[in-house]
Design a protein around this ligand. Structure first.
Ligand code: NAD
Length: 305
């Protein structure tokens, strides 16, 4: 089979080597299209390939139509909104993502942000420690579980709430499961958000919820900016001068948040998954998933069922 890696922004060299070893090791042929600048280059490259690995590259209906032999597209990463999954389904093309491959990267950044916050953004003033503090993890998915693992190393008292993950799964990871997100905010010194942006979660982190936090509470957001009700959080930070908000996703109202100097920080760009390791892991996972698909029809990570 021909496996195309089509990346406007290429993988790291180590990732490409890993993908090549996986694909060729399974007896397939690797075709590389890197740093392409014209759509036509992509349309030509997909013409005779059975599989395709992309990063943020757009796999539109036009691309799918041009890919006459295509059976599977794997987006190396978690989000897959760059692929027209409905049209792919119509054309019987399996679309997969590579969940979990960037989770440790995001989880480590949570603690980068958190230490920065408890040490007063390194302004020279005495801060506080994480040891013994209560951490609430909102959503116990791939990232949330990694956050729990690292938090234990800091000696934190770890709690979690997940709307779909059973309590016994949370407890089996040595984490205290609570019954609601309200309970998490009421009980914890720090709450770290790991919910996806869905119709239910969008704007769900509002003043009523965050306002339940104890004095000195810290909210960490490495999920999505859409889950925050920004106007309400701005108002709350105005009223509750003890609260801090740190994120790797700049809010739409960043300028307004900036007035809370010493209590607000957002990285200039989304940083959570930006590590060499996450890049390599996602690329190699994509290659392995393609091999499994051709070997025995495995579609475990299909997102357009
Ligand atoms: P995941 O799919 O592994 O886990 C999501 C968890 O959320 C699941 O356990 C699910 O049961 C739970 N959930 C869904 N809806 C919920 C709700 N309404 N209330 C409570 N729990 C709910 O995803 P993940 O890999 O852990 O990533 C979590 C989110 O982090 C992603 O959706 C993405 O938006 C974000 N993310 C950000 C970065 C970054 O660079 N900052 C990178 C990767 C992921």
């Amino acid at each position: 089979m021909k496996v195309l890696v089509a990346t406007e922004k290429p993988f790291a060299a180590a990732a490409v080597n890993g993908i090549k070893a996986e694909v060729e090791g399974a007896g397939h042929q690797l075709v590389l299209l890197e740093k392409y600048t014209e759509k036509q280059q992509l349309l030509d490259a997909v013409a005779d390939v059975e599989a395709m690995i992309v990063r943020s590259d757009k796999v539109t209906a036009e691309v799918l139509d041009a890919a006459k032999a295509l059976k599977i597209v794997v987006r190396a990463g978690a989000g897959f909104d760059n692929v027209d999954i409905a049209y792919a389904k119509e054309k019987n093309v399996v679309v997969e993502n590579t969940p979990g491959q960037n989770s440790n990267a995001v989880a480590e950044l949570v603690f980068g942000l958190l230490v920065y916050a408890v040490r007063n953004f390194y302004n020279g003033k005495s801060g506080s420690e994480l040891l013994g503090k209560k951490l609430g993890i909102l959503a116990f998915g791939n990232v949330g579980r990694n956050v729990a693992r690292i938090a234990k190393g800091f000696g934190m008292d770890v709690y979690a709430y997940d709307a779909f993950c059973p309590k016994d799964v949370i407890e089996a990871a040595g984490v205290k499961a609570v019954d609601s997100q309200d309970a998490l905010f009421e009980n914890c010194d720090v709450v770290s958000l790991h919910i996806p942006a869905t119709p239910e979660t969008k704007q769900s982190i509002n003043a009523a919820l965050v306002g339940k936090m104890k004095k000195g509470g810290i909210l960490v957001n490495t999920a999505r900016k859409e889950v925050i009700n920004e106007p309400e959080l701005l108002k709350l930070l105005e009223e509750r001068t003890d609260l801090k908000y740190v994120s790797d996703i700049m809010p739409d109202a960043h300028e307004e948040f900036c007035k809370f100097e010493g209590r607000y920080f957002a990285t200039p760009k989304k940083m959570g998954a930006q590590t060499a390791e996450a890049n390599i892991n996602a690329g190699i996972a994509a290659a392995k998933q393609i091999n499994a698909f051709f070997a025995d029809g495995c579609t475990k990570f299909q997102v357009n069922k």
